[in-house]
Ligand binder design. Structure first.
Ligand SMILES: *Cc1c(COP(=O)(O)O)cnc(C)c1O
Length: 412
C-alpha cells in the first residue's frame, strides 16, 4: 500500500525506507569515522565501487544515508546528498558540476551569500548573468551557447519575488539546461518541484526542515528529470553508472568527498527529529504570516508589506498556483521618517536576529545587515529599501505576535 499524505510518509520514512534493525523506528546514529572489513578484498570492493559499503564517514555512513534517503523520497527524487550547511550544498554542487568557460544564469534576487558566491564563480572563469527571473523573457534573452544552468529561489529573500518557475522549467527543458532550484523557502509540503521540471533542488536544512534553530545542514536532491547524457562536464569515469545517477555521483565524488563539507551524523539526527513536524510547523507559520501581513498592510505606520499571500503582491496568483501556502517570510517598509531601529528595539517577543524558518518570530533590518555587503546600487536593483525589515514568522500564538507589533508601532 502506498501512503500519499506528506506527514504520513514523513513520519514513517525512516522505519520503512531505511529499515533499522531490531524493530527500531529510527536508524541509529553512529559517529564512527572508519569502517573495518574482516577481508581486505571487501574494503577494496568498496573503493572500486563494487560494494556499497562505507569506508570513511566524510563520504558516506548509514546515519547520513538514512537522512538522504528520506529527503530524496519526500521530493520524489532519484537520490540526495547532505552537507554541513546550505551554503556547502550550493557551492559544492556548483563547483563539482561547472568549469571554466561555462555560463550560468542566476536570479538577481538571491540569498545574500549565494549572490556573493556568484562573484567567486566569476573569479574562477565561470561567467554568471544575473536576471530578473519574474519575467521569462529575461531568462530566455540571457541564454548563450555555453549556458549550462539556471539557478533561482522559489520565493526570494527579502522582497518575496516569485519567479516564473514553470515557464523557466519549460525553457530549460527546451534548451537542455540544468535547472537548479533553491527551495529552502518552500519545502516539499508546500511545493512540488517536479511539477516545474526542476532538475536539482539545493538548499538549507537549517531553516524550515530542521526548524528549531539548533543545527546547521544542507542538501541537494536530484529529481531525475534532467538527462545527464546531454551534460558536457561529466567525468568519463562516472559514465559506467546508470545515467540518471551521473550528476549526483559527480557532486558526491568531486564535491562532497574532495571538498569535504559533509554533514555530521549528530546533525543528521537533530535534523531528522525536527523534520518530522515540518508540515505542522509550516502550516501554523504560513497561517500566522498571512494574518500578520494582512494586519501590517492596513496599519497607518506601515508603508508597504511584501508577502505573496497579499492580493496586491505582483506574483500573488502565480504563488497561489505554485505553492500550497504562501510561506513564512514577509518584509515591510515603515512610513518615511520613522526610525526602524527604534521600532525593532521596542519589540518584546520578536527577536532581533538573522536566520529564518525558526519556531520563533525573528526580525532584522536587511540593508544594514544581511544585504550590507552587497552595496547600495545592488540593493536598489534587488528592490531593497534602507528602511526594510524582514520578518521570519514563527509558530507562536498569533494574538501574541500581533500584540507585540501593535505596541511597538504605537510607540513610533
Ligand atoms: C539560509 C539560506 C541558505 C544557506 O543555508 P545555511 O544552512 O545557512 O548555509 C541558502 N539559501 C537560502 C534561500 C537560505 O535562506
Amino acid at each position: 500500500m502506498e501512503f500519499k499524505g506528506f506527514t504520513t510518509r514523513l513520519v514513517h520514512a525512516d522505519r520503512l525506507i531505511n529499515q533499522p534493525q531490531d524493530g527500531a523506528v529510527h536508524q541509529a546514529t553512529s559517529n564512527s569515522v572508519l569502517f573495518e572489513y574482516q577481508r581486505v578484498e571487501d574494503l577494496v570492493d568498496v573503493f572500486q565501487g563494487r560494494n556499497n559499503g562505507h569506508a570513511y564517514s566524510r563520504q558516506s555512513s548509514a546515519s547520513i544515508n538514512a537522512l538522504q534517503n528520506m529527503l530524496s523520497q519526500l521530493e520524489g527524487g532519484v537520490g540526495a546528498l547532505t552537507f554541513a550547511t546550505g551554503m556547502a550544498a550550493i557551492t559544492t554542487t556548483m563547483l563539482a558540476l561547472f568549469k571554466q568557460g561555462d555560463h550560468l544564469i542566476f536570479s538577481q534576487f538571491l540569498f545574500g551569500n549565494t549572490n556573493s558566491f556568484a562573484h567567486t564563480l566569476r573569479g574562477l572563469g565561470i561567467d554568471v548573468t544575473l536576471v530578473d527571473t519574474t519575467n521569462l523573457a529575461n531568462v530566455e534573452a540571457a541564454i548563450q551557447p555555453n549556458t549550462r544552468a539556471v539557478y533561482l529561489e522559489t520565493i526570494a529573500n527579502p522582497v518575496t519575488q516569485v519567479p516564473d518557475l514553470k515557464g523557466i522549467g519549460k525553457l530549460c527543458e527546451k534548451h537542455g539546461l540544468l535547472y537548479l532550484v533553491d527551495n529552502t523557502m518552500t519545502p516539499a509540503n508546500l511545493f512540488d518541484a517536479k511539477s516545474v521540471k526542476a532538475s536539482m533542488l539545493v538548499g538549507s536544512l537549517t531553516k524550515y526542515i530542521a526548524g528549531h534553530g539548533h543545527v546547521l545542514g544542507g542538501a541537494v536532491v536530484d529529481t531525475g528529470l534532467f538527462d545527464w547524457q546531454t551534460f558536457p562536464n561529466i567525468n568519463e569515469s562516472y559514465k559506467s553508472q546508470p545515467a540518471h545517477m551521473w550528476g549526483l555521483l559527480q557532486v558526491k565524488k568531486k564535491g562532497l568527498r574532495d571538498m569535504g563539507g559533509c554533514l555530521t551524523p549528530d546533525s543528521a539526527h537533530l535534523i531528522s527529529i525536527g523534520m518530522e513536524t515540518l508540515a505542522l510547523r509550516m502550516d501554523k507559520i504560513c497561517k500566522n504570516a498571512l494574518t500578520l501581513a494582512t494586519y501590517l498592510a492596513s496599519h497607518a505606520k506601515v508603508e508597504k508589506v511584501y508577502y505573496p499571500g497579499l492580493s496586491d503582491h505582483p506574483q500573488h496568483h502565480l504563488a497561489g498556483d505554485l505553492f500550497a501556502q504562501y510561506g513564512g517570510i514577509l518584509s515591510l517598509d515603515l512610513k518615511e521618517g520613522t526610525d526602524c531601529f527604534a521600532f525593532l528595539n521596542d519589540l518584546k517577543l520578536v527577536l532581533n536576529a538573522t536566520h529564518l524558518g525558526d519556531t520563533r518570530t525573528l526580525a532584522i533590518p536587511v540593508a544594514h545587515t544581511i544585504y550590507f555587503e552587497m552595496g547600495a546600487e545592488q540593493r536598489a536593483k534587488a528592490g531593497i529599501s534602507d528602511n526594510m525589515i524582514r520578518l521570519s514568522v514563527g509558530i507562536e500564538d498569533i494574538d501574541d505576535i500581533i500584540a507585540d507589533f501593535e505596541q511597538a508601532l504605537d510607540k513610533l
